[in-house]
Ligand binder design. Sequence first.
Ligand SMILES: [Zn+2]
Length: 258
Amino acid sequence: MIKNPRPLDTERALSDEPEGTEYTCQVCRDAHFVHPLKGGGKTDYSRVVPCQCVREQMERERMQSLLKYCELPPGTEHMIFENFKVSPRLQEAYDLAVELAKDAGEISWLTLTSGASRGKTHLAVAICRRWLRKGRLARYAFVPLLLDELRRGFREEGDRSYEARFGRFLNVPLLVLDDLGAEHRTPWVQEKLDTIIDYRLMHDLRLVVTTNTPMAELPFRIASRLGRSPGSRVVFIDAPEFRKGKRSNGKVVTKEEA
Ligand SMILES: [Zn+2]
């Protein structure tokens, strides 16, 4: 951290600029570099370092590109842990989601299963957002659309080709598969999902799955991977349905509270 940096070439900046010039950054006067301070608090004129405005801008751009890559659905900006209303029946799912988002514990895969609108997507998106906030790459995928996205790759090349798209689902450090089981089951679809899940298991990559389908009704191979792999947890959320679209103070209100 550079404390009280001096603007680059202060003298020249003062004499060249007409009076009243407005700078976006008052610290470097838009020079984007500053002289750092030495140990004793004196300015080190022999060196220049990027101004904090440059570093902040780089950080914003990095966050934007991480967000773009993640492809979170629009309208999910409020889906963060801080806005999640934890009722006793959601406590376990919430705790495990927070634990996985830390990526420091023993949980590497989390499957949330329940009826529709029990807060699964909120938790899955919150894991992504926390992951992104730490500057890490994550990818959200609504399963029925994921497979369409892969198919679109057949007609494209390079970064948008099928191989590139599939490679990202395989390798991204955190993948969220939202609404597994809602996809149209064909042998091709099944093979793609099997491969993604097997590959991520083999390479110890984080996975979050939400499903409205009971585990016993998911394809056997997938259900057994989700249920029995080391570091994998499956939570059945036995909570009342969220009242859709009703929020107060940014918090989702459950029927339980009403
Ligand atoms: Zn600056």
